[in-house]
Design a protein around this ligand. Structure first.
Ligand SMILES: [Zn+2]
Length: 554
């Protein structure tokens, strides 16, 4: 989707690693969690029972006997009663700011029947002045029980006196009613715009209400944008609560703007930001940011400037990624490129020369090849020691592409929940190609630091679903897609935690439960390592902690 160390010297005391006493006064911990089954994702100390927390960081990590004596009278002691704890999850490609605004204003159409969608639209229309737009999002054409797409007639029945636009969760198509068509001056005989389509009933030629790609522009232009600065902040508050409930403690906003960056800061100042943000910046903003002397890493552990983001090709969920072999059943369709290699290079060079990290969206193998050529050229012309180039999505790969990624140390950010959640769309790619898609196994075997990524709203963001999807490669209906790319639960946990920290240059301060790292963790109802892989998705997230504070408690 394209919406837009402080590490001290460690010493050891009775086995429990502690902060150097000389650097920090000998303060007692504010909180101790003990009797836990704590999976630290730290190879040097993989399993512990207890952690002590002070100043938002882990003060000590070890056995009950090592950690409990550190408490004084004011220390809050929490008995985990054997519960499993893992580091907070890092969603390294998502669109939280824009998603939060959609949740604030629009009707969530992630519903399983057209009848339910109509009821939700009717309800919103009854609270909305006649003639004012009713907007919906997260509709998915392959997930309603009627087995047919939403039409203008469905929406007319729900809201005849309001213009209605319902966007697909993938973001490239929308469904409008008759009043919306009239207000946008789209007549029955209107020609399709270039790069877009007004769908028509093949029998009658009548507009169906489905509009795709550039044909959505005529509606976007007339729908008033009414988001205020407060709405931006409120959107961040809403989405950070939703995601921390699921166990996510850090996000990488994959296409942020300066307004989004301000919204995250406003939410933080208001005490409403419950996760940490690494905000990738859309390329159209880069000149201003370079001029201001800002680059990747600017900010702090709560709100930080991320990579510059560019987009090379289309989408997986809406079947427009640029592939070397055509889509199944559509022999002439190889998908689309949205930016040429030369254009990508010109933008990327500016960022590279200003020491920005770069993230380029490339789904299909053709697009990934182009992006790698740009990265290879940049390193040839101006080598940087640790650029941590990212390929956003990096969906369809092969051995040769992976070899080149390895040579550059590229970070891939594949969709983590798609096999499970979007399984019904996988047939467009075919079973064989699925063995080379969302290729977490191949990336890990090549030593690449692949991350966990939702792309929410197009994908779902629950880390437990990401675990099940990556471990089983099985969709909701039990179909297996690309079994060769299966990983173990332990590997999937690393992908979802420490690898995400590496992708934002923050592996020294988060991503594992280690002394002096940020106290970001999740308490789970059951241990993923002991769970049947077909029910990982059902493991309850009971509590989420960010910076030593509970941001969610069930
Ligand atoms: Zn995206």
């Amino acid at each position: 989707m394209h919406y837009p160390s402080r590490r001290g010297f460690l010493c050891s005391l009775g086995g429990a690693a502690l902060l150097p006493l000389a650097r920090r006064e000998r303060t007692a911990p504010e909180m101790i969690l003990y009797n836990g089954n704590i999976n630290t994702i730290n190879d040097r100390q993989p399993r512990v029972q207890a952690v002590a927390i002070a100043g938002g960081r882990f003060l000590a990590v070890g056995t009950n006997d090592e950690v409990r004596p550190l408490a004084d009278a004011r220390t809050v002691r929490i008995n985990l009663e054997g519960k499993t704890v893992v580091p907070g999850f890092i969603d390294a490609h998502t669109h939280p700011a824009v998603a939060g605004r959609l949740h604030l204003r629009e009707v969530d159409c992630d519903l399983r029947s057209i009848t339910e969608i109509q009821a939700a639209i009717r309800r919103r229309a009854s609270e909305t002045p006649t003639g004012t737009w009713v907007l919906g999002f997260k509709y998915d054409d392959t997930k309603t029980s009627e087995g047919r797409p939403l039409t203008r007639d469905d929406l007319d029945l729900a809201a005849p006196n309001h213009p209605v636009r319902v966007a697909h969760r993938g973001g490239h198509t929308a469904y409008v009613n008759s009043l919306a068509l009239r207000l946008a001056n789209v007549a029955e005989n209107a020609p399709d715009p270039s790069g877009g389509r007004f769908d028509r009933d093949p029998a009658t030629g009548r507009l169906t209400g489905r509009v795709s790609e550039n044909a959505t522009d005529v509606f976007d232009r007339i729908i008033p944008s009414t988001y205020t600065r407060d709405d931006y902040r409120e959107g961040v508050k809403i989405i950070s609560r939703m995601m921390t409930r699921a166990g996510i403690t850090s996000v990488h906003d994959a296409y942020g703007s300066h307004d989004d960056l301000r919204a995250y800061q406003d939410a933080r100042a208001a005490g409403e930001l419950s996760f940490r943000v690494y905000c990738l910046i859309g390329y159209w903003n880069i000149d201003r940011m370079i001029a201001a002397g800002v680059r990747t890493g600017f900010g702090d552990e709560w709100v930080r400037v991320g990579a510059m983001k560019l987009t090379c090709d289309g989408s997986i969920s809406e079947r427009t990624a640029r592939l070397s072999q055509p889509y199944v059943g559509r022999p002439d369709d190889y998908g689309i490129l949205v930016m040429s290699e030369e254009e990508l290079y010109v933008h990327a060079r500016k960022a590279h020369e200003a020491d920005w990290q770069i993230g380029m969206h490339a789904n299909g193998d053709v697009a990934i090849d182009i992006v790698l050529r740009v990265y290879e050229r940049l390193q040839r012309e101006r080598p940087r020691r640790d650029p941590r180039f990212r390929i956003e999505h990096c969906t369809v790969v092969n051995d040769s592409l992976i070899g080149r990624m390895r040579a550059l140390g590229v970070i891939p950010t594949p969709f983590s929940t798609y096999v499970y959640f979007h399984g019904e769309k996988m047939r467009h790619y075919g079973a064989e190609r699925l063995n080379q898609m969302f290729a977490v196994r191949s990336f890990l075997d090549a030593g690449l630091r692949v991350t966990q990524n939702s792309d929410y709203p197009p994908g779902t963001f629950e880390p437990m679903m990401a675990l099940q999807s990556s471990v089983t490669r099985t969709d909701m209906r039990g179909n297996v897609w690309g079994a060769r790319q299966r990983v173990t639960v332990e590997e999937a946990l690393r992908v979802g935690t420490i690898n995400g920290a590496y992708a934002s240059f923050e592996e020294r301060i988060k991503g594992s439960i280690e002394t002096n790292k940020l106290a970001d963790l999740v308490v789970l109802g059951r241990d993923p390592l002991r769970e049947d892989s077909s029910s990982l998705v059902n493991i309850p997230v009971e509590r989420t902690m960010v910076g030593g504070r509970w941001v969610f408690e069930s």
